[in-house]
Design a protein around this ligand. Structure first.
Ligand code: SAH
Length: 298
């Protein structure tokens, strides 16, 4: 985890339950007597993340429909810190050239596929004061995300939820004429079909040793349509790189999470095809869950 991540230590579940009392009904005890949580329950995972947002980010209204992708806040925060490092690098270089301009500049970020939870805009705004636009194609996600932005203290002024009307488009319609974003970010839909998403859920449940009925769901939640896109993550990645060449003057850094190392090869080919040479890969996460943030600009 990033050294600035506030969740590097273990969670204090008792403390968190003060903010979301229902969390206590999912308490368990580990074999060595420590207080823990029933992580096989998607409801417990949802309440845990809710309690982090309530306690640490002052949210008052954050609820996502059952079955929607529940963000693991600590992991999402790592991407935000990685972006800050990326921007800071540039700022440090620029500072010597034009200190005043740099100081006055507010950072603008665009989150592609923000989901019902609005997680990245919330964290970007609350951790670093970035002004964020979040897009999505899914009607339910848009409705819920809009409500979260509207009804929580401080979010209204810093977060805009924007509908992407064309599921084939990524930056088109998302970036308006005359807008400039210091960065774009994305946690892409990664499965190629609803069936693949279901199969992955089954594997996950098997690993946890939980017997499921005929239609298992991922324990981090996730509606089938949230988690899949035609062609899966590789196709999404290709489209994103292609479309980035149409709006590169309006964006400082394009970035996206890449779930599998092998997909970096695909990105490399696309970069070559579009003559993109300024690229970076930042590793985030820890242990078995290392992920990559791919960054590029033209
Ligand atoms: N950012 C959230 C949700 C990620 S899931 C999180 O990290 O938890 C991926 C999201 O991308 C889904 O909400 C899905 O509806 C959305 N999506 C799929 N295609 C899209 C497109 N072309 N433009 C914007 N969002 C899209």
């Amino acid at each position: 985890m990033h050294p600035n991540n506030r969740y590097t230590g273990p969670h204090d579940f008792h403390d968190l339950a003060k903010y979301v009392p229902k969390l206590a009904s999912f308490f368990t005890t580990t074999p060595d007597g420590r207080n823990s949580l029933d992580f096989t329950s998607s409801e417990a995972v949802r309440l845990l993340n809710k309690s982090l947002l309530v306690r640490d980010y002052g949210l008052q209204h954050w609820d996502i429909p059952k079955g929607n992708l529940c963000p693991g806040v600590p992991g999402r925060l790592d991407y935000i810190h990685a972006l800050n490092d990326l921007l800071q690098d540039d700022t440090n270089k620029a500072r010597t050239q034009d200190a005043k301009r740099v100081k006055e500049h507010r950072t603008f970020g665009l989150d592609i596929g923000t989901g019902a939870s609005l997680i990245y805009p919330i964290l970007g705004l609350k951790e670093y004061g970035w002004l964020m636009v979040g897009t999505d194609v899914d009607a339910t996600s848009l409705r819920v995300a809009t409500a979260i932005a509207q009804f929580n203290p401080g979010l209204k002024q810093g977060v805009i939820v924007r509908q992407q009307p064309d599921p084939e488009a990524i930056f088109r319609n998302a970036i308006l004429p005359n807008e400039y974003f210091d960065f774009t970010m994305c946690n892409p839909p990664f499965f190629a079909s609803a069936e693949a998403a279901t199969a992955a859920a089954q594997i996950k449940w098997d690993k946890l040793g939980v017997k499921t009925g005929p239609a298992p769901t991922l324990n981090f939640g996730g509606q089938a349509n949230e988690l899949w896109t035609a062609g899966g993550e590789p196709a999404f990645l290709r489209r994103m790189i292609l479309e980035s060449t149409e709006v590169y003057r309006q964006v400082g850094w394009f970035t996206t999470l890449v779930s599998k190392k092998g997909y970096l090869k695909i990105a490399e080919q696309e970069f070559k095809r579009h003559r993109i040479t300024d690229t970076k890969i930042i590793g985030i996460g820890q242990g078995g869950k290392v992920r990559r943030v791919l960054c590029w600009r033209k």
